[in-house]
Design a protein around this ligand. Sequence first.
Ligand code: KG4
Ligand code: ZN
Length: 341
Amino acid sequence: MNTKDIITLAIESSCDETACSILKNGREVLSNIISTQIDIHKKFGGVVPEVASRKHIENIDIVVQQALEEANVDFGDITHVAVTYGPGLVGALLVGLSYAKMLAFTLGIPLVGVNHIEGHLSANYIEHKELKPPFITLIVSGGHTHLVEVKDYGKYEIIGKTKDDASGEAFDKIARAMNLGYPGGPIVDKLAENGNPNAVNFPRACIHEEGYDFSFSGLKSSVLNYLNSMKMKNIEIIPEDVCASFQAAVIDVLVYKTIKACKDKKYNTVTLSGGVASNSALRKKMEEECYKSGLNLKYPPLVLCTDNAAMIGCAGYYRYKNERRDGMDLNAVPNLKINQG
Ligand code: KG4
Ligand code: ZN
């Protein structure tokens, strides 16, 4: 390792993944260890915050040791520690944050707090080495649905967001109502591959509204009403068709608003990020529409779409370069906004 290299040790524990990653100069991932609790929370049909915090405590040390080993790096090689401090579940965030503070303090190196949403969009910098701002990004995850202008590293303007449910939340709720399992997104995605997206005409909320906001709770109610009315009439539903029709309604709005924002604001690059960016139909439709409109589309590989620490390390690297430093008083901020810290 060159002495000028900046080595980031990044920690993520905002929800149900305990993760640690080591990066060289922000965009080169030396290790990316993710310990997921999905199997534990599956039994409850969703993340149980108290259980998530306890599991983070059990896992964090193991995950950090593995990340160091796999990267072939010692504590002495680390330049700074980057850690998610919001948004997320407060108890879960505090585990990673306390561990990161302990490391930074004992090693005598800077602590850099990272915004989880900024982490998601930064996953694209890791995969696409040539990518640099400005561009438009669509951040779609279990907790967030944001359309953001990335004006520079660390400079964001939110131009659209969901008024109610996040897009991933809608996938999870529909899957739950259909008893498909948790998390719902990947299951709905898979079933939808063999379904007819035109089988049921679910609403495309906000599509004709001014601006770039989204809304998914009406769509969710519409799917629930459909399921109930079919049950009352004793008509068996075709899960593949319901999944494909629901998914198409989500995707149509996401794609339409993203392309419109790019055209209105004269951007030629668009990126996708967050767990829902793994969705195969979203990637395909966005690809087709970007191609038609002459826009460049970038998205991360699947492992960098859902929660991971490499994306936190990349965002943390740019924060470090921009002189961001946090003290031992850094607290978890469960509802931190992308442009607020
Ligand atoms: O980014 P993420 O790991 O966590 C948050 O920060 O929220 O996103 C998790 C969300 C879940 O709602 C999950 O159902 C959804 O991403 N998801 C998907 C797919 N894979 C994960 N949604 C649709 N299609 C997928 N293939
Ligand atoms: Zn996330």
